[in-house]
Ligand binder design. Sequence first.
Ligand SMILES: [Zn+2]
Length: 336
Amino acid sequence: MKVLLSKSSELARVPWVRIPPSPPIVVMKNTHKIICSILIIASLAIAAIIFRYEANQNPKGKSMLGSIRQQLSFGPRYVGSEGHTKVQNYILETLEGSGLEVIEQNWTDTETQNKLLNILTRSNPQAEDRIIIATHYDTDPTSLRDVGRANTPVPGASDGASGVAVMLELSRALNDINTNPKLGVDLVFFDAENFRPGSFDNWKPKGSSYFASNLAKLYSKNPTQAIVIDMVCDKNLSFTKEKTSLESNPVEVDRLWEIGNEVDSGAFIDDGTKEIRDDHNPLINAGIPSTLLIDLDYPYFNTPQDTLQRCSGKSLNTTYAVLRNYISQKSSPGSL
Ligand SMILES: [Zn+2]
């Protein structure tokens, strides 16, 4: 058997060569720690550079991420919480700066005695033909998909704040996007989507249900279309065609996907097998063909991990651009 000596072992057999002693283990551990720290700092620096690069390339994405950050600073925003009032004020104050008409739809829920509020802003209030873009602004008081922390309110970065961020961004440009005076566009911020006492089976979205039951107070005839957005900031954005929306509104779902494929083909999947209940259901039941645009694959849904770092400005910008292009198409002459 031939044993190969390492170079240091060979040298060790030569008497006049002094081999420095091996460094103590503790030094190795410290070196390991230093290398790890350098790697962590380097990765954080690279992430910051990428984030800054993306923000510079995508100013609207940066603005929408800023809106999500601000909403999260209010804390959980479920009905009855301090954050709930703060986010209402934030939406109202932001809309006041848009120069559009703002309507507050207040009521007391007979079942819970909660005072609730839907917020609308409208372009071309005089137009009879109207479309709706909607989202909910409240967040879930529970994290039912995290068994160990089920009673923790969700931060709601994607589920709550992302839809609001996109709609507020739309409100800033709505009069430039919708250039047809015969088309009215309503941006509707629903309250209390998260209402399901005790179980998912008891779910009933309070805000959109009240809105759908009181259409005559706001419209001389039913709006022709509605798009509801929810959970739209995931870094791995993935929209599939929601089943009830497809049944209610196949032409408009296909139109939205066609626009989506032009903006970001990777995010719009041609699959229509999944069904989810959301604010589009009361609108469909009230006779408004409605589409739910939702990232059903968002893994942090209904958990305490639904935080800002799960969101990307690029994904927010994709949603914004698709809605902007959709409104722009609807406002072109001949499409009413
Ligand atoms: Zn939601």
